[in-house]
Design a protein around this ligand. Structure first.
Ligand SMILES: O=C(O)CCC(=O)C(=O)O
Length: 358
């Protein structure tokens, strides 16, 4: 199956070379193209000494009639104020998660030539490599694989790793479980927004899901400032992130400061992406985040992106506007145009949904 044309030529991919692998393996010599001093120093990082709590939502409480209303309120506050939360007791089968984690670790442990069998090709967006920013041609301190996972007919199986042999099955199952989890969460978000769950879920039904797996090697020279993922906001609908290990690194920008996420064992990190921000007419916020590599330990994550639209448009949900009698805060735009604009903005380091604000 051909790569969807809407992303062609828009994602900047860079091949992982032997030189990158050797820089990653001991970080003794860090090539100039990875050094991002200004970006790393932009904004204060909240330190260990400051007490702060990123929201934690408990799925068991969402499902328990006794606590559900309270937990839904907490969920709504997390989506409005932070755009991020950790989700505990999510109910995704442990065996599915384990197989996905193991397969991801095994893939990244392969020699470069084995990983390069699924290197990104020509103008495609799926496969192995690392992305870079068009604005300054700088590289992230990471290697990644991006794949389209749903709908099943849209999968480009040539780009799915064959090694380890468990990978395809693991991702297939994981993709279904995470989609189901996303839909369950959307029903509680709808309750918080005061609309029928079908209105919100409907925007996600049958839509694309894609996956990124990332490996961030340690960077043993902290004074050489490198970035695991350049600051960005996610463009699609809802993002579900799984920490494969307990290495921290993800930071969320709030009120001009970076808040490090302390991964809770077994939890997902969920965040609001641009389309959901627009669907909720700005009630839920898609928030900037970045990854700073650890100085000692590598970090691996599995990230799932659920896309959404309303009859091909990225637009505030009519049900929501009717309910609050509010004015749309964003102008409507066709999904394909939105995705193109979003990728262009990502490469330029800007935020596309800001350009849709009325
Ligand atoms: O790996 C992470 O912690 C963040 C990944 C991310 O932001 C992304 O894939 O867009």
């Amino acid at each position: 199956m051909k790569t969807p044309t809407y992303i062609e030529k828009l994602v900047n991919w860079h091949e992982i070379t032997d030189a990158a692998v050797s820089a990653f393996s001991d970080s003794a010599q860090i090539p100039e193209k990875y050094i991002r001093t200004e970006e790393v120093l932009d904004g204060v990082v909240v330190g260990e000494d400051e007490r702060y709590e990123l929201p934690v939502i408990d799925m068991c409480r969402l499902l328990d009639p006794e606590f559900s209303a309270m937990e839904i309120q907490k969920l709504g506050a997390a989506c409005r104020n932070w755009g991020f939360f950790q989700l505990t007791n999510h109910g995704v089968e442990e065996a599915v998660i384990k197989e996905m984690k193991d397969s991801t670790v095994q893939f990244f442990s392969l020699p470069l030539e084995s990983k390069r069998i699924v290197s990104v090709r020509d103008n495609g967006f799926e496969g192995f490599g690392h992305h870079y920013s068009r604005a300054n041609d700088k590289l992230d301190w990471a290697e990644s694989v991006i794949l389209l996972t749903q709908p099943v007919e849209a999968r480009n199986m040539e780009m799915w790793p064959r090694d380890p042999p468990t990978f395809k099955n693991a991702l297939d199952k994981y993709s279904v479980e995470t989609r189901n989890l996303a839909f369950q969460l959307l029903s509680f978000m709808a309750a918080d927004l005061g609309i029928e769950k079908e209105a919100l879920q409907g925007a996600f039904t049958g839509k694309r899901q894609s996956m990124a797996i990332h490996y961030y090697p340690p960077c043993r020279q902290p004074e050489k400032k490198v970035i695991g993922i350049t600051p960005h906001t996610d463009g699609l609908g809802l993002t579900l992130l799984l920490h494969v290990d307990d290495t921290p690194g993800l930071q969320i920008r709030k009120d001009g400061r970076w808040f490090p996420v302390r991964p809770l064992p077994g939890a997902f990190v969920i965040n609001i992406a641009g389309i959901l921000d627009v669907l909720t007419n700005g009630a839920y916020r898609s928030v900037e985040h970045r990854v700073i590599p650890d100085t000692e330990r590598g970090r691996t994550t599995v990230v799932l992106f659920q896309e959404a639209d309303v009859e091909g448009m990225v637009t505030p949900l009519p049900e929501l506007l009717m309910k609050v009698g509010g004015q749309p805060r964003y102008r409507s735009i066709e999904l394909d145009e939105y995705v193109k604009g979003n990728f262009r903005a990502l490469a330029d380091g800007t935020r596309f949904i800001d350009s849709l604000k009325i």
